[in-house]
Design a binder for this molecule. Structure first.
Ligand SMILES: [Fe+2]
Ligand SMILES: [Fe+2]
Length: 193
C-alpha cells in the first residue's frame, strides 16, 4: 500500500473508533518524531507511520487487549498482568502488522516499545519513544519538556537515559516493566553513567 493511503487509513481508524483525542496526540507525536528524524537522518515516511500507529490499540479496551494477548500466547510481564493497558504498545504492533500489513521491522519495533523502550533500542525506537514523551497525551507541558527536547536534538541515547532516569528518580512508574529496567541499565552502562 502507498504511504499516503496507509496514513489516511490509520487516521480513519482512530476516527471510526471515536478516538479524536488520540488521533490529535499521535499527530503531534508524528510532528515531533519527523522533526527528530530530520535531525538524526532517519527515513521520514517510516518515522511518521510508526508515530501514527503507536497508540492504534486504543481501538480496543484494556480487557480486550489482555484477552487478545492470552489468545496469542504472549508471554506477559508482571506489570502487564497487573495493568492491562501496559500491553497497548505490543497490541499496537500486532494491529500494525495484521490490520495495516506493516512488515518493516523499524516501524514494528518502534511501535512495540514506545512506552518502555527496550535494551539495545534502535534509532526509530528511540525517536518514537522520545517524541511520545515530548508530545504527551495530558494537559499542558510535561515538567521535563525543555530539557528532553534539547537533549533529543543532541543525542537520542542521552535523551532516553534522561527520561527514564527522571521516571525512576521521581517514582513515576506504576510498576516498572522489565523492558524499561533493561533499557535503563544498558544505556547507563553504555553511556558510562
Ligand atoms: Fe502509548
Ligand atoms: Fe502515545
Amino acid at each position: 500500500m502507498e504511504d499516503c493511503r496507509i496514513i489516511e487509513l490509520i487516521k480513519k481508524t482512530y476516527m471510526d473508533a471515536h478516538k479524536p483525542k488520540t488521533l490529535k496526540h499521535v499527530e503531534a507525536v508524528a510532528d515531533t518524531a519527523v522533526w527528530l528524524a530530520g535531525v538524526h537522518h532517519l527515513d521520514h515516511a517510516k518515522t511518521e507511520t510508526a508515530a501514527l500507529l503507536h497508540d492504534i490499540s486504543v481501538i480496543l479496551t484494556p480487557q480486550q487487549m489482555y484477552e487478545l494477548a492470552i489468545e496469542r500466547n504472549m508471554t506477559m510481564d508482571p506489570a502487564e498482568e497487573k495493568y492491562h493497558f501496559l500491553l497497548h504498545q505490543r497490541i499496537s504492533k500486532l494491529i500494525a502488522l495484521e490490520r495495516f500489513g506493516i512488515t518493516d521491522p523499524d516501524i514494528l519495533n518502534a511501535v512495540e516499545c514506545h512506552t518502555t523502550l527496550k535494551k539495545n533500542a534502535g534509532p526509530y525506537d528511540q525517536v518514537v519513544f522520545i517524541a511520545d514523551k515530548i508530545s504527551w497525551d495530558q494537559e499542558g507541558q510535561p515538567p521535563y519538556y525543555e530539557t528532553l527536547k534539547q537533549l533529543a536534538a543532541e543525542s537520542l541515547d542521552q535523551s532516553c537515559y534522561f527520561y527514564i532516569r527522571y521516571q525512576f528518580d521521581h517514582n513515576l512508574l506504576l510498576m516498572p516493566h522489565q523492558w524499561i529496567m533493561e533499557a535503563y541499565q544498558e544505556l547507563k552502562t553504555r553511556l558510562g553513567m
